[in-house]
Design a protein around this ligand. Structure first.
Ligand SMILES: [Zn+2]
Length: 172
């Protein structure tokens, strides 16, 4: 039971064009306008592929389909917004996550899709000293005692799955 994530980055002009199409009326024909595909490594459940498709229909919609070893195994409820997070769970209870957008606010954990990380940060803090200026102990509430902090730095570690990340990267 683990999580796997992939990112589909679509340039903003294309994403806006697709969304404008989705917001439109469509012509009633059942056509696939565009397909965005991501493949996952085999995690003991065969080769997993997820297609995010922009489709025409009575009204245009986003069709998200999961394949295992080339066979369609599952699909999500039709969506009307292309950018977003799509989540599948297989019978073996692994979770497959696809994030779609034109850019992501910094790093996304490629193993689980999480966007929070443990980092390191230098900060100055209030402490309790004795009359000879020797440190005795931290003040009772370390959170509020910390001030004048510098920018956090790595290595970073995903707070969900523990994956180590050397540098924060931007997926653009
Ligand atoms: Zn993670």
């Amino acid at each position: 039971m683990s999580k796997h994530a992939r990112i589909i980055t679509i340039p903003r002009p294309e994403l806006e064009k697709m969304q404008a199409f989705l917001d439109g009326k469509g012509d009633g024909s059942l056509n696939t306008i565009e397909t965005y595909t991501v493949k996952f490594d085999d995690h003991g459940e065969g080769d997993v592929q997820i297609d995010v498709k922009v489709c025409d229909g009575d009204t245009p919609f986003v069709d998200v389909v999961m394949f295992q070893d080339g066979s369609e195994v599952s699909c999500l409820e039709p969506d009307d917004t292309l950018a977003g997070k799509y989540v599948f769970q297989t019978v073996l209870k692994d979770t497959y996550i696809v994030l779609v957008g034109d850019s992501f606010p910094g790093t996304v954990c490629e193993d689980c899709g999480n966007t929070e990380f443990y980092g390191r940060q230098k900060c100055r803090m209030d402490v309790i000293v004795d009359g000879d200026n020797n440190w005795l102990r931290n003040t009772p509430n370390d959170d509020s005692a910390c001030y004048d902090s510098e920018s956090p730095y790595g290595p970073y570690r995903c707070t969900e799955c523990g994956k180590e990340i050397e540098e924060m990267a931007r997926y653009t």
